[in-house]
Structures are given as C-alpha cells and as structure tokens.
Design a protein around this ligand. Structure first.
Ligand SMILES: [Zn+2]
Length: 91
C-alpha cells in the first residue's frame, strides 16, 4: 500500500468521505448540499489528488474544473463518470 497522508477535514468532509462521494458526484446523484461540500473540500484540499490513488485522475480533473469559472459540463462529467466506473470495477 502507498503511504496514506494525514486525513484532512475541509468543507465539513474528510478525504475518505469525499472519495466515497465522488461516484455520486460525477453521476449527479448527490444533493446540492453534498455537492457543495465535495466542491468545498476539493478546492481546499490538494491531498485528495494523492490520497485518491486510482481516483487521482478524476480528482485532478475535478479540481481543474472547480478552479475554472465555468461549471462542470455534462459531457465532461459523463467522461469522468465512465473513468471512475472503470476504476472501481477493477478487482
Ligand atoms: Zn481531501
């Protein structure tokens, strides 16, 4: 196992909670409160990109979106969801 960084609490969520919520985030099944919390966390936490391991590519892409003025568009969100599914389907 890779070294796990110290957990961080940002936006009312711990890193592992954000990673668990990511699948719902990209699938757009979270409540607006949950989305806000995930976004607030990712904006402040550069650790999730490393903590995430296989998720890191998705987290990095999300962080890039969140720091740009335009919202995450649907096509990009769908691609991220596919990417995330391919990651989580691995044994
Ligand atoms: Zn984090």
């Amino acid at each position: 196992m890779a070294k796990v960084p110290d957990p961080r609490l940002e936006g009312g969520l711990w890193c592992h909670e954000v990673l668990e919520a990511l699948q719902g985030y990209v699938a757009d099944t979270l409540s607006s409160q949950e989305r806000d919390a995930v976004e607030a966390h990712l904006r402040r936490c550069d650790q999730c990109a490393r903590f995430g391991g296989a998720y890191s590519e998705v987290v990095v892409a999300l962080r890039r979106e969140l720091t740009q003025p335009e919202a995450l568009d649907r096509a990009r969100a769908d691609r991220l969801a596919d990417r995330l599914r391919s990651v989580t389907d691995e044994p």
